[in-house]
Design a protein around this ligand. Sequence first.
Ligand code: PMP
Length: 453
Amino acid sequence: MFDHQALIEKSKQYLWLPFTQMKDYDQHPLIIASGEGVCLTDTQGKSYYDGFSSVWLNVHGHRKAELDEAIRKQLELIAHSTLLGMTNVPATLLAEKLVEITPPGLTRVFYSDSGAEAVEIALKMAFQYWQNIGQKEKQTFITMKNGYHGDTIGAVSVGAIDLFHQIYQPLLFKSFKVPYPYVYRHPSRDREQCKQDCLQALHHVLQEHHQQVAALIVEPMIQGAGGMITMPPGFLSEVARLCREFDVLLICDEVATGFGRTGRMFACEHEAVRPDIMTVAKGITGGYLPIAATLTTETIYEAFYADYTELKTFFHGHSYTGNQLGCAVALANLELFERENLVEQVAEKAAFIAPLLQELASLDHVGEVRQIGLMAGVELVQDKETRQPFAWENRMGYRVSLKMRELGMLTRPMGDVLVFMPPLCSTREELQEMISIMRQAIEQVTQGEQAYV
Ligand code: PMP
């Protein structure tokens, strides 16, 4: 059906892929032609499990009949019209739905097209809120070390993964970076100790600088791109409490964790946290089309509501914001969540895979397995005793992921942390099969690696 070889040549000749060293792509090219359920098929007809939900967003599988139909139905009316100064039917209905399902207090929806944009909007909104109410000195942000919020300049400014962000330093605005409770890498390895150390550091920064701080941004319950690092219980709620105490807005970035991924509709629900601003994207359309949103409170919204001449308007927008096709499929996606009781199902499936994933921790080179809901990371190390990582040049995570591809599953590692984020609809059998592929790949690639250096 496809001229596989010709397509491969064209892909090598014309494309520049995101987050990809093209020298790697040229050695291991792959072109996806179709998908069905939890599987993707390439141009040669080989099928793979979509073990990372096509970068953390697929929910009900590929070619879900109800979602396909929602797009077809919307197409008969219109594909797109602007949201500048007007709205459209599905964007309006989706806003109502989002307010209904997100934590109490979030009453306003500002659309965009990607997670990074939703974050940019959150940052600008928080900044301008304080400007509009006359607290002009509150201009900076607090962010967590190892955090990730997208690739645009504002999002990178509040990011803290050296490998991705260091080179752009001269372009970035400054923010306060506080330690994140990465228990596995804390000298004590003690959850409570690690949590207390991080909270103390945050408290110190707030006490010293809160008058200059507009907002704190955090990935709730788990840092994704930083290496699937789960928080100790009680950390997020304490961060939220400190933000309130020091009059700093709390931005929860739910781009990766939102829409059922962690076993709750939104991760901040695990600790009954009510953010002032929340960003969502990825799973909002079931993984179909690029819709994102920044939700906020009536208090923040009202600080922008004034006569035009007062210069309090939020001057931000994108051409495709509130796209009808995207909003229509998002509505259908959320209907399916309800009809299929999906969030409860995720919690059940998470409990089912927990022991299977923990079995991987017995392998020679698996340092730690971290999981919340259907979001997991397997940290590979050279030496389990000392927690010493593999040498950077070894590219262990990448090599194991290539082996998984060979064995029939696609995923992308974060350094030496293997990522497991299957579509939420995956059956128990499919989950079991995917974990078994992961195990085989780890065994085959790490076999013969020295356990001690
Ligand atoms: N925030 C978080 C927490 C994310 O994980 C990501 C993407 N992985 C983003 C923001 C950026 O989203 P996008 O790729 O849609 O710009």
